[in-house]
Design a protein around this ligand. Sequence first.
Ligand code: DON
Length: 597
Amino acid sequence: MKFIGWIQPIVLLAVMLGILGCVTAGDRQHSTLYQPVNSSRVTADYQAESTSGMVVSAHPLASAAGAAMLNAGGNAIDAAVAASFVISVVRPQSTGIGGGGFLMYHDETAKTQRIFDFRERAPIKSSAKMFMDESGEYKKIDYFGTQIKDPSVNGHLSVAIPGTVKGLVEIHQELGKLGLRVVMGPAIEAAEKGFPVYPGLAEAILERQEWLRLYPASRRLFFKGERPLAEGDSLLQADLATTLRQISESGAKDFYEGELAKKIVSEIKRGGGVIDMSDMRAYRVIERSPVTGHYRGQKIVSMPPPSSGGTHIIEMLNMLETVDVGQMHPRGASYLHLLSEVMRRAFSDRAKEMGDSDFVTVPVARLTSKAYARSLMKSFNPEKVTASKDLAGTLPTGESPSTSHLSVIDQWGNAVSTTQTVNYSFGSCVVADGTGIVLNDEMDDFTTKPGGSNVFGLVQGPKNDIAPRKTPLSSMSPTMVFSDKGALEMVVGSPGGPRIISAVLETIVNVVDFKMPLLEAVHATRIHHQWMPDTLKVEAASLDSDTLKSLEAKGHIISAIKSIGDVQAIQKRSDGMIFGVSDSRSDGRPSASGKSH
Ligand code: DON
């Protein structure tokens, strides 16, 4: 599949010209420690400070809604749930109540972390080969005379059972302080009154216009007459406001068992999908135990399967711990080579070993052990790449503006790290008629074709085959970092498909090893390697030509891309100062809570 989207792969030559190449590899002066990707855009607006609470998300309205809950005496859960519902409204390209997600909650009093998995699950009528035709190729599905290509990414069959509503409502019911109506108020208002279409949303609509135009309820929402909504228009979502109001008044039941469920199922059936009422009724949020690891004295707590993220972040940190990373230059070829070789090894394991641990055996303990990391590093050569084919398994790529992460800390020290998604941009592009709900295309996160690759170029194995009620493998990695004494130090996460894992890893290493302030750690150049395809992705125009030449000399095939990830992070210092940073690669802003209660 070939979803290049808004990433314009930039000819390497352009990078070689060294548009921003102002340092030589090996130079360790502070001002050259990092190279912001959007240097002209990294302003003070992307950082906020507080001694009480903080909400950092991918849209200012969502962060402000979360901070308003904190100011009203609400806790981290109230803020996270308020911000999540607003994000669902203002970033329909990224996430929404037709999607799913993961949430980690840190309870400061109990000193425990809880994981809630409200990711989409496969319908009962799904099967391993459901997207294939007799010749082993992707099926083409007829939608009222239009042939739907890539049916695991576009249209009704790509939809998995949505989990966000049950997830947020149940988590809030158990752990929130404020009423659901209060917490959902800002989302209802944003849907009802509308908000201005911002550049990222306008681009996303343009990119997916073929599909948004095809489905009637989607067309009504994202088009003005014949033209896609553009910057300066207002996005009004009256049906979604009604849906949200209904949820705020009576909880999740109607979405899974009542009229809303019927509307979703009838939309799915109309377009040849397979989710039925029994699927909706059977949906359950699953509480899981986090994966944990230790890196240079810090405790890392992250997402277990069915996410691959936490396991591989810890696996990669364990590999990096075998080397004195702090002595290297964060933009030098030696470090970037090490980092990409570590990524290559972990992503090879992702393809072989990862799937929903409720269905297949996933060797998390082995993959996250220090001994295993040492064994993987035996084949590491500082001068030469290890060919991906020598590591294992099989295969290509694109980045989309979808998925959204948000981080919260409240005045009591409780915290939330949550990543939510509809998968690819605007999910399936289907809006369930009469509901305003954009339905996900999370089925594409399964292995839909043996040896094939998904929309993010990920090659996946049989452990991630489709099965009824199974959860597709994810890369979403909401993570927290604690001191050796257990004090919360960092809340972090990102969108970006497989690049999530790299973006979170690199942010942690930038803070722990390179001692960068959070604003720098989030804006430093990122790279990404996912084993297959065997290319090293680097953010365009952010590495100097000497470094790129050195990497090529070691055997890397470099591909320059616009950006990797969209990190939303919070750091808490031992003196109580809290810093929130949004990534200028996208549209987010932090919002500090103003009052102490
Ligand atoms: O769960 C996953 O790994 C994917 N569905 C996430 C998709 C994503 O981050 C798209 N972002 N650009």
